[in-house]
Design a protein around this ligand. Structure first.
Ligand code: TXA
Ligand code: MG
Length: 313
């Protein structure tokens, strides 16, 4: 975790520095037209893990992937005709589309929390667009606040909760909307409004030519929190220091297994590898055992996900 946070104006030198840090796998706070985002390379699982470490979030929520053009959106997600109509009318802008993830998407599993869908947004803010273009990668970015704090609309708000936890805040002044993007899931025969925001639901339905369903309670804030989400089919045993007969052991640190989250006991690496390790384990068809992971820092979110995977169903 960086000791000092630099604040740079959102001018060409600052934008170049933000892009350099992002390519090096660091999260950087950047303005958008809604709220400030904490942006990292969406294609780099360890970079995405550092977003969670900086925010101190005790669980993994799927993140919005920010793109600068439609071609990149199409490499990340499958846009059908309805999504294309929404994109044509509201992008760039404060609308996030939840779509089926593209096969061979370059986005890291941690950014989508292992889901088969992905949230995509093409922002309008010139600074964020310039950072995406200079970094040359799609950016995963939640709001740039520490867990449990309100979303930041100025660089000072970002510093108030993330000073000393991120290397750089790009100061682009106050954000325009001050309200997070509208999130809508495009589900073939209907739209589902997951989070109301600057783009009104009835405009979405009219543009897409599909009915708008309200989200079920509880799905809006945190879809990643459902106990049943991305749980492997096989039973999962936690805090395993050795393999029982017939088990597939996912190791960590000194506990070597059939696979490991991180042989060196590094929590950033472990977070980045978590969903792939669970998928590999599940593909074996064997009961799964997982080594103990320390209950601190990113370990809190890793253990939260593991406990959900192990919950009886
Ligand atoms: O305006 C915004 O959207 C800001 C700026 C930075 O772009 N970002 C933002 O991100 O508000 P965040 O992480 O604070 O909120 C994203 C929401 C979360 O509630 C998350 O659960 C939901 O999007 N989400 C992401 N992927 C999803 C998916 N595949 N299915 C359903 N919900 C998803
Ligand atoms: Mg947020």
């Amino acid at each position: 975790m960086p000791a000092a946070t630099r604040l740079l104006p959102a001018e060409p030198a600052g934008i170049r520095e933000a892009a350099r840090l992002i390519r090096a796998g660091e999260p950087v706070a950047v303005p958008s037209e809604t709220v400030y985002g904490l942006a990292a390379d969406a294609t780099n699982g360890e970079a995405v893990a550092r977003i969670y470490a900086a925010k101190g979030r005790p669980s993994f929520n799927p993140l919005i992937v920010h793109v600068a053009d439609l071609e990149t959106a199409g490499r990340v997600a499958r846009l059908g005709p309805a999504a294309e109509r929404l994109a044509a009318r509201f992008w760039p802008g404060p609308l996030t589309l939840v779509l089926p993830a593209q096969a061979n998407s370059p986005v890291a599993a941690l950014a989508t929390a292992g889901l088969a869908t992905v949230a995509v947004r093409m922002p309008a803010h010139p600074v964020l667009r310039a950072v995406i273009a200079a970094a040359g990668v799609p950016l995963a970015a939640p709001s740039a606040n520490a867990s449990g704090r309100i979303s930041p609309t100025t660089a000072a708000h970002v510093l108030a909760s993330l000073d000393g936890r991120v290397p750089l805040v790009l100061d682009g002044g106050g954000t325009g909307h001050g309200l997070e993007s509208t999130i809508v899931a495009v589900e073939g025969d209907a739209l589902r409004l997951l989070r109301p925001g600057p783009v009104a639901g009835d405009l979405l339905a009219e543009t897409a030519g599909l009915p708008l369903r309200a989200a079920e309670a509880g799905v809006i804030a945190a879809p990643g929190q459902l106990a049943s989400h991305y749980a492997p089919d096989a039973p999962v045993r936690l805090n395993a220091v050795e393999r029982n007969t017939g088990e597939w052991l996912i190791g960590f640190g000194a506990v070597a297994g059939d696979d490991t989250l991180s042989a060196g006991g590094d929590l950033v690496e472990a977070a980045a590898r978590l969903f792939a390790a669970l998928h590999r384990a599940d593909a074996t068809g064997l009961p799964i055992a997982v080594a103990p992971v320390p209950e601190s820092g990113l370990g809190l979110a890793i253990n939260d996900r593991l406990q959900r995977a192990a919950a009886p169903r």
